[in-house]
Design a protein around this ligand. Sequence first.
Ligand SMILES: [Zn+2]
Ligand SMILES: [Zn+2]
Length: 337
Amino acid sequence: MGKSLHGFARRVASSAALGFLWHNRRFRRLGTGPCRIGAMSLAMKIDLHSHTYFSDGLLSPAELVERAVGQKVDVLAITDHDTVLGLAPAQQAITEAQLPIQLISGVEISTSWHEFEIHIVGLGIDANDPVFLQRLATQQQRRIERAQEMARRLTKHQVPDCFEDVLALAHGGAITRTHFARHLVNIGKANSLSGVFKHYLARGKAGYVPNNWIGLSDAIAWIHDAGGIAVLAHPLKYKLNGKWLTRLMQEFSLAKGNAAEVASPQQTPVQKREIWRLCQQFSLVASVGSDFHQPTAWNELGRGLYMTDDIVPVWQAYPQLIVQPESASAVSSHTVG
Ligand SMILES: [Zn+2]
Ligand SMILES: [Zn+2]
């Protein structure tokens, strides 16, 4: 099996090198468990974490995939916060313009874990699964209620009621604190997004409303039930000390999480090694993601996501995640199982 898959991987790689068009390939549902295979080197640019304006990104789904193609990204996951609204228009843009990029259906679910807000990315989810959509709707409702409360509290601090404005900034998708920050900058209450967080939205400030997200294990179960794999997003962004980070990785693994983001744009090689060490300790594989929200000098789709050869990437442990070209699919369908 390993040999067949290895051959299959080489076929995929060579097809990609020849500029094989990936569009219109239907994503196949993932298997149930990790399938470790031999060394697989796909010469592809893969970015498994990005946002559109259906959550707190600034680009439309079409603009995002076009930008990814411009950056020579071969495989892109769109992972908006608690919503899958960006996926269909992104796929439509890819199909219509025959863009040479594969879209992976993703989502990023906010969870509460010991007073921390922890994000879990789901990759390869079935974005039409009615149970999953209904579950995401409950998170959306929590977001709306929190946003209404934030708007209410801010009105007591010389900010005119802004719920509708903030809702519009989210394009009917997931309202986040970043939308409040953008709105407050737009109306001149602060010069920068970080300034808004510091003066209005941080814990203890006027617009702060505690989170009420689902638990870590619930998010993992939602993702698995929708056929996806669960990835701990940006483990170093939560500013946990070593003890808490280890505990997070351990509990994520015990709750049947599958992978953690080892490569993010701002992570140093030393930090990547540290996360990968924890992944190995708790039987997780490695994902990569820019967490791109908007064009900036310090972040770009597909940039800075390099991992060394000894790290086991999520697409190697779960080869179904990346769709093979049709010619390879026909040959490998009985070997991949
Ligand atoms: Zn996140
Ligand atoms: Zn994100």
